[in-house]
Structure formats: structure tokens, C-alpha cells
Design a protein around this ligand. Structure first.
Ligand code: C5P
Length: 401
């Protein structure tokens, strides 16, 4: 009963999906939440305030003051009352106003006054949703820490088929339940995470890199931050974005740069998760000019070893600090992983094998085995990288206590 006695503001805007708001209210109230509806003028064209006030047992708020008796509706009080604000359905127009602070209705002023977490469930036609303007506005909302409940694909009111259907009411309620159930078991902990590949410069246009996308490390950063940690994310060259305000991101390019930042951040950290696919070697001398094709014969690049970041941190690890490493292997997986666990002074190592379908680089899923320094081995089924991140963090929390 994670929603029991929770105060939820439900913002409803002018979309055909507004009829589903009735089911959202019913579901929330059934779970013990108190719901206060704020509706935009356009929203009222799609669903009547009478339906909404009956289901929520509260008068619906739409105007800044009541036309009948002049009572002032305080968006500030409402914003402070809320444990969460949910805007469902959220039209392109409302999303744009939220992103830019255009406070011309009660819903937006309430949003701007709201200190509680905000959830946004967009609903619109596929082309409107895909438009760079909408996507940029959603990106703004994410950067404010708002959580976007992605629309699903399917038949839309226009009879076109695509992404833009508001997520189903029971799924939206589940997102809220999960949020309130979330553990804050990393509060006051500082966690250093390395993620992504490194690029080792050959000349001004070429580098030695690898296929790492950074998805696993970024998922770990989000999960740690959601569970209360202050995260320093040292990211190699990736195209991913970070969303949580508790993540301090430092972008680097080479293993040498990553090493410097990690060595500086580690002494002040409670834990380090070394998820980056760091190049083991770099060209001894990067050429200042673009290297030209040889007229004949082979070409040789002389490579020198990079610092092993994990092993260097392992060498200065203090009592109480926890270190987690990764091992991506192609053969003799467990033996290689155990060797790295010891050599780098890790507390546990997350093993994934390129032999497993859906594990490793670029994909959104992973299949891991955790091996700890006491010899404990736990294998997990194929899961999304986010779920895998939760499993890893659960293990980390037991060691940080
Ligand atoms: O490359 P290797 O398989 O040895 O990587 C195992 C672990 O060591 C990973 O956690 C990786 O992030 C880390 N590592 C590192 N610095 C390196 C090489 C690897 O931190 N130069």
C-alpha cells in the first residue's frame, strides 16, 4: 500500500485520452491516495468536472478563482500539499508551457509551485510526439528532474498508428507505486562510476576505441541517484544523457583523462563502480598531423600500456570503501573474472559473457553473474540494463552497511 494517504495532484489537459483520467483517479483512490484534480480549459472539453469531482471526492480546480463566490484557488498551497504531481494526459501544448514556464493557467502555475516529484504521461499524435520541438521540451522536463512516462505505440485517435498513445492507467499507477516504494538506501553515500569507452588518439582524425555504449554505467548512475546517492559519473565518449540532478557528470576522452579524474574523486567516495571499457593500450605518440597512407608495405603503430584505473584505485582503497568491477569475457569467463577480482582488489565483480545472447555491448539487456571476494557466485537471468543495475546496487548496499 505505497500510495496510502499520499496526496496526488492529477493535472488533466485537452487530449482525447482525458477520459482515461477517470480510471487513473479510481485506481489511485482505491489504493488509498487522495487525489486533487487540476484541469486546463481545453481538458474540460474532453471530460466533465462533474465526473472528476465525483470520482475524486474533491471539487475540480481549473480557474484561479471561483466565478461563483470569488474564492481564490492557491496554486502555492496546492503545490506544497502534494506528495506527487501527475500530468496525464499531457498534450504537446502543456509540455511546451511546462518546459518554458508559460504560466497562463492553473495547471502550469501549480506545476511551477510544486516541490514534489512530477510525472508526465504524454498523449498526442505520432508526428506531434516525434517533432523535435516536443522532444526538446521533454528533454527540458527531464533535465528538471521530471519523470516522463513514455507513450506507447498503437492506433491513435487519428486512426494513424505510431508512438503517442498515453500509457494505460494501471501502468501509470504502477510507476507511482514503484516511486513511493523505492528504497533510499544510498542516502549520504558518494559513489564514483566510470562508464563508456575510451578513445586513444592516433592522429587528429583517428583513434583506438571500442563498442561500449555506456548504457550499463549510465543505468547504474540513475539507479544509485534515485536511491539517494550523490554520484560522480566519469563518462567516456558516449551519446547518452544523464537525467537525475544528483549525478555530477564529468566527460573525458582517453584512459589517461579518466584515470586522473577517478583518482581524484575516489578518496572522497564510499564506493566505486568501474564499468568503463578502458583501452588497455594507447599509441605511444599521437601524430600531430593526419597520417598519410604508406606508398607500399604495412604500417605499424607502437602501443604502450594505459594505467589500470581499477587496479590503481584498488591499491589505495581504504577500509570501508567498496569497489565493484566488470569483466566482459569471451572464454573461460569465471576464471578470468576471479583473476581480475583479486588483481584489482575488488569486493565483487560483475561478469558478462559475449557468448550470451542479449548481453554485453550496445544492447539494452544484460545477463550477469556476480562473483564476490568471499567466493559467492550468483547468476541472474537476462534482464533490462536498468533491472541489472538494481541487482548490482542491491549487492553493493549489503557491503556498504
Ligand atoms: O579490461 P579488463 O577486463 O581488465 O577490465 C576489468 C575491470 O577493470 C573493469 O571494471 C574495467 O572498468 C576496469 N579497468 C580499468 N582500467 C583499465 C582496464 C580495466 O579501470 N585500464
Amino acid at each position: 500500500m505505497t500510495l496510502k494517504d499520499k496526496h496526488i495532484i492529477l493535472g488533466i489537459t485537452g487530449s482525447i485520452a482525458a477520459y482515461k483520467a477517470a480510471y487513473i483517479i479510481r485506481g489511485l483512490v482505491k489504493k488509498g491516495a487522495e487525489v486533487q484534480v487540476v484541469i486546463t480549459p481545453a481538458g474540460k472539453e474532453f471530460i466533465t468536472p462533474l465526473t472528476l469531482s465525483t470520482l475524486s471526492s474533491h471539487p475540480v480546480i481549473s480557474e484561479f478563482f471561483s466565478n461563483r463566490d470569488g474564492t481564490w484557488n492557491s496554486h502555492v498551497d496546492l503545490g506544497l500539499w502534494a506528495d506527487a504531481m501527475l500530468i496525464a494526459p499531457a498534450t504537446a501544448s502543456t509540455i511546451g508551457k511546462m518546459a518554458n514556464g508559460i504560466a497562463d493557467n492553473m495547471l502550469i502555475t501549480t506545476y511551477l509551485s510544486c516541490k514534489a516529484p512530477v510525472f508526465v504521461a504524454p498523449a498526442m499524435d505520432l508526428d506531434m510526439f516525434a517533432h523535435p520541438s516536443t522532444q526538446q521540451n521533454l528533454e527540458h522536463l527531464r533535465s528538471f528532474g521530471n519523470r516522463i512516462i513514455e507513450p506507447t505505440e498503437g492506433e491513435l485517435a487519428s486512426h494513424l498508428v505510431g508512438k503517442g498513445r498515453m500509457e494505460e492507467p494501471d501502468k501509470i499507477i504502477e510507476v507511482l507505486e514503484d516511486f513511493f516504494a523505492a528504497r533510499k538506501d544510498l542516502e549520504k553515500k558518494k559513489i564514483l562510476i566510470t562508464a563508456g569507452p575510451t578513445y586513444e588518439k592516433i592522429d587528429p582524425v583517428r583513434f583506438i576505441g571500442n563498442y561500449s555504449s555506456g548504457k550499463m554505467g549510465f543505468a547504474l548512475a540513475e539507479v544509485c541517484a534515485e536511491r539517494g546517492a550523490e554520484v560522480t559519473l566519469v563518462a567516456g565518449p558516449v551519446s547518452l544523457k544523464t537525467h537525475h540532478p544528483a549525478i555530477k557528470r564529468i566527460d573525458v576522452e582517453s584512459a589517461g583523462e579518466m584515470y586522473q579524474v577517478a583518482m581524484e574523486a575516489f578518496p572522497g567516495s564510499d564506493a566505486a563502480i568501474l564499468c568503463a571499457a578502458v583501452a588497455d593500450y594507447r599509441p605511444e605518440n599521437a601524430s600531430e598531423q593526419k597520417i598519410k597512407r604508406e606508398t607500399k608495405g604495412d604500417m605499424t603503430l607502437h602501443l604502450v600500456p594505459n594505467p589500470d584505473i581499477a587496479a590503481s584505485l584498488g591499491a589505495i582503497k581504504r577500509e570501508g570503501q567498496v569497489m565493484v568491477g566488470f569483466a566482459l569475457e569471451t572464454n573461460n569467463e569465471a576464471t578470468h573474472a576471479e583473476g581480475k577480482l583479486k588483481r584489482k582488489n575488488l569486493d565483487f565483480i560483475v561478469l558478462n559473457s559475449l557468448r550470451d545472447q542479449g548481453a554485453g555491448f550496445r544492447c539494452d539487456t544484460n545477463k550477469i553473474t556476480i562473483i564476490d571476494d568471499a567466493g559467492g557466485v550468483t547468476s541472474y537471468p537476462l534482464k533490462s540494463k536498468r533491472e541489472v543495475a538494481s541487482d548490482i546496487v542491491n549487492k553493493l548496499v549489503t557491503l556498504l552497511r
